[in-house]
Design a protein around this ligand. Structure first.
Ligand SMILES: C[S@@+](CC[C@H](N)C(=O)[O-])C[C@H]1O[C@@H](n2cnc3c(N)ncnc32)[C@H](O)[C@@H]1O
Length: 334
């Protein structure tokens, strides 16, 4: 269903909430999800006079328009179809993509782990296809501010189009900045001047930690989504090294579908694959340094094979051995 939300936006945004949620009878111009008896789903833009065709015959859109959400219709060949408005999570996984999206299981987790609240000032980068953007916009509500940075203009356009399709228009308080995050922040010291929350979803978030730290309000939350263990390690050590943050916390979110019919109760087949890790940390007040860690790193954690950033409390190889090669011992800032 990936390329199907490409037609004009549905009418009737609800500017009082900007949630994208519609209620009441289905209207022409709205997207619905049609599910057949085998569970196969298809997104459909309701248009009067059009027909939805299946291998078991067609069904006129007019039989769905004016009907309730959660209705069934019957094709000419007698197949029953379930008609429902998509939820935000349904829409997010089926909308057109440039870059890979953050899946709903992590988007939901990010909203809570990063404590996104109504009215929050949030910075996200990169915006990619706008998958996370949609959840952030919903969580901040009409009085929040979301600054979405994306260095690829084509991806920023896809994100804009996805947001407009879901919400019907650009929501108030949403600012799309096209360009590299660090370059944009450096060029515009007041845009945004300060944010409450920062979410980074990009290949190399460690390149941006220092720049976003300086825009994050004291007590604010930094949350990075990364896909691999090497990224996880590097971003956590960078957060420790640049200072100004609490000790970062790394987590993985796992969900597993279950099959439960009568006595046949077991994990569902084919679910539970890895998607990503979240790293969160809180911003300290300017000039405040977190108390020195009492716990020693595991033996060898920052040994000769480690070439990444070195937190202040980790001795450099030269300090340990006195004779380390300065060309390979990268010192504290890696
Ligand atoms: C995985 S995608 C983001 C997906 C997005 N969060 C979503 O849910 O749809 C990563 C994006 O970050 C952008 N990006 C990477 N580094 C960046 C940087 N330094 N500044 C701005 N955007 C960046 C890439 O162009 C890419 O579109």
């Amino acid at each position: 269903m990936n390329d199907e939300h490409t037609e004009p936006a549905a009418p009737g945004p609800q500017p009082q909430t900007w949630s994208g949620v519609r209620t009441g009878p289905l209207q022409e111009g709205e997207w619905v999800t049609v599910t057949d008896p085998k569970g196969k789903r298809k997104s459909l833009l309701l248009q009067s006079g059009h027909t939805y065709h299946t291998t078991k015959g067609g069904v006129p859109h007019d039989e769905m328009i004016g009907g309730p959400d959660g209705n069934t219709v019957i094709t000419a060949g007698g197949m029953g179809l379930l008609v429902l408005r998509p939820l935000l999570s349904d829409y997010t996984v089926t909308m057109p993509r440039g870059a890979a999206i953050i899946y709903p299981k992590e988007a939901g987790q990010i909203v809570l782990a990063a404590d996104i609240f109504p009215g929050a000032r949030v910075l996200e980068a990169g915006v990619g296809s706008g998958g996370l953007t949609l959840s952030l916009l919903r969580a901040i509500g009409p009085h929040g501010e979301l600054h979405s940075f994306e260095r690829r203009p084509d991806f920023a356009e896809i994100a804009r189009s996805n947001v407009r399709t879901w919400l019907g228009a650009d929501p108030p308080g949403w600012h799309v900045h096209v360009g590299d995050l660090v370059e944009q922040l450096t060029a515009a010291p007041d845009d945004p001047a300060e944010v409450d929350r920062v979410i980074l979803d990009m290949l190399a978030p460690w390149d941006c930690i220092e720049a976003v730290r300086d825009r994050l309000a004291p007590g604010g939350v930094l949350c990075c989504y990364v896909a691999t263990t090497t990224q996880l390690g590097r971003v956590m050590d960078t957060i420790r090294t640049v200072t100004g943050f609490t000790e970062p916390q790394g987590t993985e979110t796992m969900t597993r579908d279950w099959h439960a019919e009568g006595l046949a109760i077991r994990p569902a087949h084919g679910t539970g694959s890895h998607t990503g890790f979240l790293v969160t940390a809180r911003r300290l007040a300017p000039g405040v340094v977190a108390p020195m860690r009492k716990r020693r790193p595991a033996a060898g954690a920052y040994g000769p094979d480690y070439t990444g950033p070195r937190p202040a409390w980790v001795p450099t190889l030269a300090e340990v051995h006195g004779d380390a090669d300065p060309t390979t011992d990268w010192g504290r800032l890696g």
